[in-house]
Design a protein around this ligand. Structure first.
Ligand SMILES: [Fe+2]
Length: 246
C-alpha cells in the first residue's frame, strides 16, 4: 500500500491544492492526515472540503482543529493563533464544523502498518522537537513506526538497540528506507505553514511494502495565500511567516 501522508495544512488552500495536483502523477492508495487542517490561513472551508473528499482517508484532529471547532477555548494559544482560531470558528460552515469536531484523537493505527498522532502518541498537544522528546515517546510506546505532526518540521528519529539518530531532510525529494529492528518517529513536515526555514510545502509518501518513506518539498503560490490572509484581516505576521518558512 502506498500512503499519502499530510499534516498541518492550516487553511492554506494554495499549498494543499498544489500538493494534490503534484500527487496526481504519483498514484497512492490511501490518504492519511495528522491534524491541524484549519487555523492561521484564510481558506478553512475550502481546505476542509478538499480533505473531506479524499477517499480512502484516515484522519485525526490537531490542537487547532479542537479550538477552531469549539471543542476547546485555546487558553494555551498565543494572541495571533487565538485570533485566527476565533476567525476560523466564525467562518466555518455548520457541516464543516461538525466534521472537524468529529475527527478522532490520535494515536490511531492505520491498517496495522503504522501509527499516527498529532503531537505525540502520549499527548496530542505535546511536541517532539528533538531526540530527548523522541526518546521519551519511544520509551513509553511500542509502535514500530509512528508518523507525527504539530512541530511543522520534517524529520525522522530512528531508535536502534544502542542509539537514537536524527535524520534531517534537505533535498526537495528525500528517500529513506526503514530498516528492520529499528523504530521510527517520522514527521512529514507541514503543508500550509512550514517552520524549518524552508517555505516550500512539505508532505510524505510511505510504501508499506517496500518500507520506503519519501518526503517531498513543493513550491506553491505563497503570495496568493499571503494576500488572502491580509484581505481577511488576519494578523500580518501570519502572512509574513509563510515566505520565511518560520
Ligand atoms: Fe499545526
Amino acid at each position: 500500500m502506498k500512503y499519502l501522508i499530510l499534516s498541518d495544512i492550516h487553511s492554506n488552500r494554495e499549498a494543499l491544492g498544489t500538493i494534490l495536483s503534484f500527487v496526481k502523477r504519483k498514484p497512492w492508495n490511501k490518504a492519511v492526515f495528522l491534524g491541524d487542517l484549519v487555523g492561521y490561513g484564510a481558506n478553512p472551508n475550502q481546505t476542509v472540503e478538499m480533505i473531506r473528499k479524499m477517499r480512502p482517508l484516515a484522519a485525526i484532529r490537531g490542537n487547532h482543529d479542537k479550538v477552531c471547532s469549539g471543542l476547546e477555548e485555546g487558553e494555551l494559544f498565543n494572541r495571533m493563533a487565538l485570533e485566527a482560531a476565533m476567525w476560523t470558528r466564525r467562518k466555518l460552515t455548520a457541516p464543516n464544523l461538525k466534521w472537524l469536531r468529529a475527527l478522532p484523537e490520535g494515536p490511531m493505527v492505520v491498517d496495522g502498518h503504522f501509527a499516527i498522532c498529532h503531537g505525540t502518541p502520549l499527548d496530542e498537544d505535546a511536541y517532539i522537537f528533538g531526540e530527548l522528546e523522541a526518546l521519551n515517546v519511544f520509551r513509553h510506546t511500542d509502535f514500530p513506526v509512528c508518523f507525527f505532526g504539530h512541530s511543522h518540521f520534517p524529520v525522522i528519529f530512528a531508535l536502534s538497540p544502542d542509539s537514537i539518530t536524527t535524520i534531517l531532510t534537505v533535498a526537495p525529494s528525500f528517500r529513506f528506507k526503514l530498516r528492520p529492528g529499528v523504530r521510527y518517529l517520522i514527521n512529514p513536515g507541514s503543508i500550509g505553514q512550514p517552520r524549518d526555514g524552508n517555505p516550500l510545502a512539505s508532505f510524505a509518501f510511505y510504501n508499506s511494502d517496500s518500507k520506503v518513506v519519501t518526503i517531498h518539498r513543493v513550491p506553491y503560490r505563497v503570495e496568493q495565500a499571503q494576500t488572502k490572509i491580509l484581505e481577511a484581516g488576519l494578523p500580518r505576521p501570519l502572512a509574513d511567516r509563510l515566505a520565511l518558512g518560520r
